[in-house]
Write a protein that binds this ligand. Structure first.
Ligand code: ZN
Length: 386
């Protein structure tokens, strides 16, 4: 027996030497150096930042209950070797990462299948894998409603009203969004409109308003709805400015999350998602699944209300304001929001007249006023039991 053992040792040593002496092809493994997670009452989201497109598989294993994701052609940055992130909530104990083989990285979530269910999906550019873990039993609604911390969600579930709104100025930081001929950047315009909107809402309504960003910082699209979910917002609105290959196209349009076959919608979504139209087609299945669980009817009504009021408000002061309508579209920024969510394209930066208008603070103020009126009309429609 001893003899065999030493024989094996020699074979292993021999192959190790070959491996070390003749390095094979250049290292094609992508290095993973970031695993992020956010926990909040309704779910936990784990994001594995990978950077480059990689194949992956996921499955669940029993005793102890766990979900794993294996990412191929990948290696862990030494900082993450054997790392565990303790979550320790009711349904999820921890998240672990390890180098499973020389080219496979494994991410594990130790959870309790009696109390949790999960969803694994990915986003491109930069490629990242997302593991969403939900407590399977939703917390029961205590009655009568308590105006405490959980007040807003109770009010929302009972359709009694809206307390908290998250406004999301698109893009920011290294992502300027679209840029007009004069150099005017979408990220700056939408931040200004969002700030105006926040001021109007706070001065006229008894509502709490939270912005996903208040300065020129970069935020992933998926972080934006996480912020809204964490804050238990009742409404989410993402503000953008549009661009089109044709400098003749002008107008305002609003979106809610849905899959779309319309090439013009896919083109807008590809630009807003900073990805290719090809990638969006690849995401079809995932988006369709997510849409089934989202507040699609409410989101469409919210988008319609904003669209109508915005067009009406702009038309009072400006000529030739065109409504391009309300459409469903696969926008990453709307994925995962647990509240009615809409994205509004306030005008076209690619259109000479609209670019000129977007440059003026008066126009931006008008845009904010229009969105405000749409939001309030939607809020009031809930009170009437619509
Ligand atoms: Zn945008």
């Amino acid at each position: 027996m001893q003899k065999y053992k030493s024989c094996w040792l020699w074979i292993i040593l021999f192959f190790s030497l070959i491996f070390l002496t003749f390095p094979s092809h250049p290292d094609s493994r992508v290095e993973i150096h970031s695993v992020r997670y956010h926990t909040h009452p309704s779910y936990t989201r784990v994001v594995v930042d990978i950077g480059k497109l990689r194949e992956y598989v996921f499955s669940e294993l029993p005793s102890p209950d766990r979900v794993y994701v294996d990412i191929y052609q990948a290696k862990l940055n030494p900082i993450l070797h054997g790392k565990a992130f303790l979550v320790e909530n009711d349904y999820l104990r921890q998240i672990r990462v390890a180098q499973k083989t020389s080219s496979t990285v494994r991410v594990v979530a130790d959870l309790d299948f009696k109390k949790a269910y999960f969803r694994v999906w990915h986003l491109p550019d930069p490629f990242r894998i997302i593991i969403d873990i939900y407590p399977s039993k939703l917390p029961s609604i205590p009655l009568p409603p308590q105006p405490a911390k959980s007040g807003s969600s109770i009010i929302r579930q009972l359709g009694l009203g809206i307390q908290r709104i998250v406004i999301d100025p698109g893009h920011g930081g290294k992502d300027p969004g679209c840029i007009g001929k004069s150099g005017l950047m979408e990220k700056r315009i939408v931040l200004d409109v969002a700030t105006c909107l926040k001021k109007i809402l706070e001065s006229k309504e008894n509502l709490e308003v939270i912005m996903t960003r208040e300065s020129d910082i970069f935020l992933d699209p998926e972080s934006r709805t996480v912020i809204a979910n964490q804050k238990q917002a009742d409404l989410f609105i993402s503000i953008h400015a549009n661009a089109n290959r044709s400098r003749k196209l002008s107008g305002v349009e609003s979106f809610y999350l849905n899959f779309s076959q319309d090439p013009s919608v896919i083109e807008i979504a590809a630009r807003e998602n900073a990805t290719s139209t090809k990638n969006i087609s690849k995401m079809k299945e995932i988006i369709e699944k997510i849409v089934q669980n989202s507040k699609i009817v409410e989101s469409r009504e919210l988008a319609e209300s904003i669209q109508n009021s915005l067009v009406k408000s702009l038309s009072q002061e400006y000529s030739d304001v065109r409504s391009l309508g309300v459409k469903g579209g696969p926008f990453w920024v709307l994925i995962g929001g647990e509240m009615p969510s809409a994205l509004v394209e306030i005008s076209h930066l690619s259109h000479p007249t609209e670019e000129k208008r977007l440059k003026s603070p008066e126009y931006r103020q008008r845009v904010a006023q229009g969105i405000y009126e749409g939001l309030i009309e939607y809020v009031n429609s809930l009170g009437k039991g619509k």
